[in-house]
Design a binder for this molecule. Structure first.
Ligand SMILES: Cc1cc2nc3c(=O)[nH]c(=O)nc-3n(C[C@H](O)[C@H](O)[C@H](O)COP(=O)(O)OP(=O)(O)OC[C@H]3O[C@@H](n4cnc5c(N)ncnc54)[C@H](O)[C@@H]3O)c2cc1C
Length: 367
């Protein structure tokens, strides 16, 4: 497995359940230091506006898996993994058509998921800290979740290690060597060139996020994945907001307010693209301020908060095709792509890992 963000770590843990597989995970850095280290871990399943299709199924399957995975990992490792099970509350502003949400709530009911539409007065009773005259209603999705992406990844690494998976951190994969057997139209990769020497492989799972592009270029099947920058903040208030037993993730105008312990909150994230000609993106302070002001606009008490931390990260976004990319690298019979998860890598990691497992066991799954 190349890459130990949330996707590579989840794949390693899932594959560790298959008897007699020898698994090694390489990361050029420490685990969860790239995109995963910046993520807010909001898991938007039922609240997503997708009505059907494989990507909706992946979202819902992932959340279902998280509900068993987190207690499983806690029991195996004894680690603390912050996991918010209060659901997601999505604010609706003027001009938004509530009848679309009513239809979606019916669809979700038929799929076994719940969405509640809260009117203004209900919202005010349960969430008095949400105050904005433009808010007309809110959609409450009790089944959706949020998880701390770094704590999760580190727990997956530890649990996979217990099952015999080996991790090589600080070791980059520099090249993948391919062979073209005469009796097959597909190429096979038999060795990885790493910073500590060559190793033989039967399968390669490419979960290297933005690092997937140079490795596939090297195999003459370039998968173009470009960075989209996201910035976020951690705020601290003297008192936590709202009722202690009602602490969902609140999301309005694509800005998430994630409650943490001790009156702290994550707020984010910006979505910043590179220019047409350059791959370099630098965090724009104006964009971050806009996100903060957007959160204050629906939750005015945040104006009094202290900013404890700000950070940014790069989301891996496939160019010219939908996220994520899961399946065999075209022309190769043993290189599996599990990459390009863009804005939903934490959400989709469990379903990605299940798909990879299915492909290695010979079940034809391609997303
Ligand atoms: C600000 C922000 C907020 C976000 N919020 C959310 C959210 O709320 N919910 C959600 O689901 N997603 C969110 N995301 C998106 C999420 O972070 C990504 O989709 C996810 O982390 C991708 O995981 P990954 O494991 O594929 O990639 P990464 O975490 O980038 O991991 C890839 C790993 O591969 C390693 N690597 C690369 N090349 C090589 C090589 N040649 N050899 C060895 N190792 C290599 C890297 O060092 C890295 O550790 C957010 C992202 C950002 C930036």
């Amino acid at each position: 497995v190349i890459g130990c963000g949330v996707v590579g770590a989840m794949v390693a843990y899932e594959l560790s359940q298959i008897p007699d597989l020898e698994i090694v995970v390489y990361d050029r850095r420490q685990p969860a230091q790239a995109s995963t280290g910046a993520a807010l871990g909001v898991l938007m399943g039922a609240i997503s506006q997708k009505i059907k299709g494989s990507r909706l199924q992946m979202r819902l399957a992932s959340i279902t898996r998280y509900n068993t995975l987190i207690p499983e990992l806690k029991a195996l490792t004894g680690r603390k993994i912050p996991f918010n099970q209060y659901g997601i509350l999505r604010l609706c502003f003027k001009d938004e058509d509530l009848s679309d949400w009513q239809k979606l709530a019916e669809t979700r009911r038929s799929q076994g998921w719940q969405l509640d539409i809260l009117g203004k007065s209900q919202l005010h009773v349960h969430y008095p800290h949400i105050q904005n005259d433009e808010i007309t209603a809110a959609i409450y999705s009790p089944g959706d979740r949020q998880v701390d992406p770094v704590a999760l990844t580190l727990a997956l690494v530890e649990a996979a290690q217990q099952q015999g998976v080996k991790f090589r951190f600080g070791v980059a994969v520099e090249q993948i060597h391919a062979q073209h057997p005469v009796d097959s139209s597909f190429k096979t990769c038999q060795t990885l060139q790493t910073a500590e020497g060559a190793i033989a492989t039967d399968w390669i799972v490419l979960a290297a996020g933005l690092g997937s592009t140079p490795l596939t270029q090297n195999l003459e099947q370039p998968i173009e994945i470009r960075p989209v920058l996201g910035q976020a903040l951690r705020l601290k208030l003297e008192q936590p907001l709202g009722q202690p037993d009602l602490q969902p993730i609140i999301t309005g105008e694509d800005i998430h307010l994630v409650p943490l312990e001790g009156g702290e909150y994550w707020v984010g994230a910006t979505v910043e693209f590179a220019g047409e000609t350059s791959r370099d993106i630098f965090p724009d302070p104006v964009a971050l301020e806009t996100v903060l002001q957007g959160a204050i606009a629906f939750c005015p008490a945040l104006a009094k908060a202290t900013i404890v931390q700000t950070w940014s990260g790069l989301r891996p976004r496939p160019q010219g095709r939908p996220a994520p990319i899961i399946g065999l690298l075209p022309g190769y019979q043993n290189v599996l792509l599990a990459t390009g998860h863009y804005r939903n890598g934490v959400l989709l990691a469990p379903a990605t890992a299940q798909a990879v497992r299915g492909m290695i066991l010979g079940e034809a799954i391609s997303v």
